[in-house]
Design a binder for this molecule. Sequence first.
Ligand code: DX5
Ligand code: ZN
Length: 215
Amino acid sequence: MTIISPSVLAADFSRLGEEAKKVELAGAEYLHLDVMDGIFVPNISFGAPVISAIRKSTNALFDVHLMIVDPQRYIDDFIKAGADIITVHYESCDNPLSVVRYIKSKGIRAAISVKPATPVDVLFPMLDELDMVLIMTVEPGFGGQKLIPETVEKVRALRKYLDSKGMKLDIEVDGGITPENLSTLTEAGANVIVAGSAIFKAADPEKVVKEMKNI
Ligand code: DX5
Ligand code: ZN
């Protein structure tokens, strides 16, 4: 089953609680929370206090995507804020696996993300310790970009490798995803779909969530 994870980066920041509730009621199981520090990526978004404020408005699973350097410094803060799944970037930590182990030791699901230029096979040796892999389909940092078509092949290669090992990991994709290109990604093997602009910038976000879930 395809899981939809609406990214609040594209939502109305003055009404985050309502926006989160709206997509949950439409059937989105996750809520994607993009944390950016202005160093790992050239943009600043929000941090743990904002996530903790939204936590009161929805029961969706909080899918926290950390685009920050040395994320291990803040894992406890994001767990306290209500994270259910924490994704760190392969490129942002000296030892991604030790961060994953720490997250999992706290009873939280852990994922590693790779930017478009990072080959997905760097993750092959650590897959058995992960709950999910996040394959970026745009350069991280901003919402509203166009999906980079070459990234779809990384999804396909990872799913093929997982199948060959009999492993059932989630593959999440993030960036430039719309109802029009969604099936290309699910056919390649992705099962967790992040969408920001396509949902929150639409005239009827609920309708788009339902439409994406049915593809
Ligand atoms: C980009 C973020 C994405 C972003 C997706 O760095 O990780 O989650 O919000 O936004 P859209 O769906 O608009 O590309
Ligand atoms: Zn994201």
